[in-house]
Design a protein around this ligand. Structure first.
Ligand code: NAD
Ligand code: UGA
Length: 465
């Protein structure tokens, strides 16, 4: 079996950066080079001040500090890194298509294809090419076709090795992965490639957690894992609406069903709706694939997970409007949190964006505080929706660095992200600063209802009447 000593990863994003940092850290004999076409991102990865890394993840900067410059390198020299590596991870973005056939559902594979063509152009010796990005089932076929037609005699083995890390816990997820999935051809050379990649993960993970499958099962399993996880959130969120009508408490229902070992207790936290770059994109992709294979019932089934998530975000915004006497025009509403979950600076598809958009439509004045998200990001998220002009977004919404100053004369606070620090705030002082009645809309079930009501708040907690 080929022993891997040089790895290249194309794409220095939320997956490429942390994943390669952990591989470099766990495998000191392997030289890992992470490349990206985004110079700014690479400069941030190389910044001497580790607080300026492009991604915030607990534990990441410590690992980068230990490995960067030793066997972990960040560079924009894509061709050089491809040329030198025996194994190349493709970890570029695969967003939902915004144009043409499959617009709004299918995965846009143009970045993947560019990488394949780049590898085909540069490679002078045999390579293992690993799909790390999340891809539609059968994408490996397209990559193989591009790579096998170079005419330069180079052999490529294509593996699928999807990533299952969650943001905010990425380092822990990588170090203690439930499983690593490696799909490849069921041929002697395919097996050899699978074993070469397995050997890397086996440096720190037990054998039984490294699963080998055929390439199509691996590609599809990634989409299915995300669909099942998101389905749990939508399922519990659908019941949260029913709880609010019936005096049942969603936390008690979650606990009661979660005790059934067949159901399990994880991923049953009701919220304002799931966000993140992948759940929606991957389910839409699954829906698209099912429909293209002539399976409309399968497509409709999974599409409902997204419909329910949109409903939950809309329901939360509408509840704010109706509770504030059917008008939020000119009212100051403070958002605690903008990131799609705690412990990350990522805001992609965050529920906060859609709740803000709905309230801005009603002329609310929003003030956002998030411990890790900068103002430019908040405005970029809103501008991207194209609902109103950038000037209007900046006129109606302000971003602040001080959570207590934000609440001065506010009509309401909405908790959109479950940052731990929100629990430690002096809510009595917050109450004193706000206009009365002072409303709190807790989209993360973060605070204690009884305590908040004792302080005088009109407190609404999702999933509880
Ligand atoms: P990202 O947008 O953070 O990073 C992708 C990077 O690839 C960008 O920096 C971009 O500049 C770079 N890139 C694009 N085309 C390139 C090219 N031709 N050459 C060099 N660099 C190029 O994306 P991400 O969140 O890291 O996600 C990457 C993939 O991993 C996606 O398919 C996603 O579905 C999947 N995934 C993401 C997560 C997550 O938590 N974010 C988890 C599991 C899987
Ligand atoms: C998710 C999966 O958990 C990862 O396994 C997968 O690798 C990744 O997507 C991906 O492919 O990108 P991530 O989106 O980073 O990871 O974070 P999650 O912890 O899954 O949370 C997703 C969203 O669901 C967040 O908005 C979170 O607040 C919400 N959520 C999660 C709930 O509302 N309730 C829950 O019980 C759990």
């Amino acid at each position: 079996m080929q022993k891997i000593t040089k790895i290249c990863c194309i794409g220095a994003g939320y997956v490429g950066g942390p994943t390669m940092s952990v591989i470099a850290n766990q495998c000191p004999e392997i030289e890992v080079t992470v490349v990206d076409i985004n110079q700014n991102r690479i400069d941030q990865w190389n910044d001497e001040n580790l607080d300026n890394l492009p991604i915030y993840e607990p534990g990441l900067k410590e690992i980068v500090a230990e490995t960067r410059g030793k066997n972990l390198f960040f560079s924009t020299e894509v061709d050089k890194a491809i040329d030198e590596a025996q194994l190349i991870f493709i970890s570029v973005n695969t967003p939902t298509k915004t144009y043409g056939k499959g617009k709004g559902q299918a995965a846009d594979l143009k970045y993947i294809e560019l990488c394949a063509r780049n590898i085909a152009r540069v490679a002078k010796d045999d390579k293992i090419v690993v799909e790390k990005s999340t891809l539609p089932v059968r994408t490996a076929g397209a990559i193989k076709s591009i790579l096998q037609n170079t005419g330069n005699g180079v052999n490529f083995e294509i593996l699928s090795n999807p990533e299952f890390l969650a943001e905010g816990t990425a380092i822990n997820d990588l170090l203690n992965a439930d499983r690593v999935l490696i799909g490849g051809d069921e041929t002697p050379s395919g097996q050899e490639a699978k074993d070469a990649l397995s050997a890397i993960y086996l440096q720190w993970l037990p054998k039984e957690r490294v699963l080998q499958t055929n390439v199509w099962s691996s590609e599809l399993s990634k989409l299915v894992a995300n669909a099942f996880l998101a389905q749990r959130v939508s399922s519990i969120n659908s019941i949260s609406a029913l709880c609010e009508k019936t005096d049942a408490n969603i936390a008690e229902v979650s606990r009661a069903i979660g005790f059934d070992s067949r159901i399990g207790s994880k991923f049953l936290n009701s919220s304002v709706g799931f966000g993140g770059s992948c759940f929606q994109k991957d389910i839409l992709n699954l829906v698209y694939i099912a429909r293209s294979f002539g399976l409309p019932e399968v497509a409709d089934y999974w599409e409902q997970v997204i419909i329910m998530n949109d409903y939950q975000k809309k329901r939360f915004a509408e509840n704010i409007i109706t509770t504030l006497y059917n008008t939020v025009s000119g009212k100051k509403i403070v958002f605690y949190g903008w990131a799609f979950k705690k412990d990350t600076n990522d805001t992609r598809e965050s529920a906060a964006i859609y709740v803000a958009d709905a309230l801005l439509d009603e002329q609310a004045e929003i003030v956002v505080y998030d411990p890790k998200v900068p103002a430019e990001r908040v405005y970029a998220d809103l501008d991207y929706l194209n609902t109103r002009s950038p000037e209007e977004n900046r006129r109606l919404l302000k971003v602040v660095n001080d959570p207590s100053e934000a609440v001065e004369d506010a009509h309401a606070v909405a908790v959109l992200t479950e940052w731990d620090e929100f629990k430690t705030y002096d809510w009595k002082a917050i109450y004193d600063k706000m206009l009365k009645p002072a409303f709190v809309f807790d989209g993360r079930r973060l605070l204690d209802k009884e305590e908040m009501e004792t302080l005088g708040f009109d407190y609404y907690k999702i999933g509880q009447s």
